[in-house]
Design a binder for this molecule. Sequence first.
Ligand code: BG6
Length: 502
Amino acid sequence: MPTHEPLDAEAKAFQPVDPHVIVLFGAAGDLAKRKLLPGLINLTKAGLMPDHRLVATSLEELDGEGFRKLAHEACKEFGHTKMNKGDWEDFAARLSYVNHSEGAAGLRDAVLRAEKELGGSPRRLHYLSVPPAAASSVVQQLAEAELVERSRVIMEKPFGHDLASAVALNETVHEVFDESQVFRIDHFLGKEAAQNILALRFANGLFEPIWNLNHIDHVQIDVPETLPVGSRGSFYDATGAYRDMVVTHLLQILAFVAMEPPTALEPAAITVEKNKVFRSLRRIDSAEVVRGQYEGYLSEAGVAPDSKTDTFVALRCEIDNWRWSGVPFYLRTGKRMAESWRIISIAFREPPQSMFPSGSGVGDYGPDHLTFDLDESSRLSLSFYGKRPGPGMRLDKQSLQFSLHEVDDYSGDTLEAYERLIHDAMIGDRTLFTTAEGIERLWEVSEDVLESPSPTLPYEPGSWGPEPQIDELIAPHTWRLPFARGWREAKKVDAAPPEDSS
Ligand code: BG6
């Protein structure tokens, strides 16, 4: 029996965080530079960091000064808020670096030094920003260095590269850490907009009654990116779009869209519902997967000259349960595509009969849609047919739209996904993290795609993927992207016109 009342949401978010030593593995890598180091500074500026020290480690032969320089450049280049001299100096003073070559003993010394500076028995947060192949050796190094006590560990995706490796990795992790210490991160779940799916579905009476096969025709989760693989060639070539994006981010988002109402906003309750979705997910059939590789990929640094790695995936999947039976979910993502978006689009069924004559415009622009933009502005749009003003009855596609950016009160409140999740891990809140069971099931439903992949088709950089296969996959529907009508930019409402004085 709990001896105290559970914390309410506000108290939980702002509860004091214990002092922490954060150990960042892969500290000179792409993710650390783009997201983690700038994110830690931003959390400090937002007043959400406890007293802490950061022990950075990576394969790069650097000294403390060299690492601080790298971190400073990264924070200047990638930080999403302004960093002044004081912010940087405060952060830099808490930073130390230890080379991977110094082994477990070197790491232990560096952590103990940092702990001594903090005093007491601070918590340890190990962030494993390392490729999947390196994850188990880091876990073993932590055991050898005796840094498991008082610790939590954040593990980056992809968690394993297939079912067998994920099971083996989970076993290694569980030999060292209790599951309650493990935070498998999927940063899409830390996006404000992803959490807004839960708010919209479960805090309102409006949507849930129509959130099922009787009213929803199909769902699209579409995450094209214009970026090439860039400096991540060797990681990416061993991973590919399916493992990098689908088995992690896109299917996690699908679970938020498809799950039953959880009994509480609690990790266990949410995990149960997400895992039920994963258990009901039909095994993905290679025949319903379009894999692509952008032209020019083979000349990217770190990519094998004869690589068949997918830089693009589009697929159809289904959830075999009472709510979703027969409703197709279409997922698509890829690099070097025409535009960058992260959208979820719910297409509603069209009316069974229409009194509007042909030529009126009804149905001309597809079904009504509820669209979530997972971008920072967390935009939402509900589109419907409405009457064009004037004589007769011409119908146009119109929409209700919302963006966080329209609400003055919210400006400055947004945390980047990684920031939100690092903070959650420090307070021990696992609600937005994934579990061993869920991940293993996703690898299981992916077996056919991984073992008998469909051919890797070439596509032009700047396109929407291999044609005509992507259109055939979704027929008779069509992809929402590129949007037929753009999002509306918020317009300031003009002041009332002066009164007529005549
Ligand atoms: C990462 C993938 O997890 O997510 C990258 O490894 C991808 O390949 C990125 O570009 C997309 O994340 P975001 O937050 O920029 O949409």
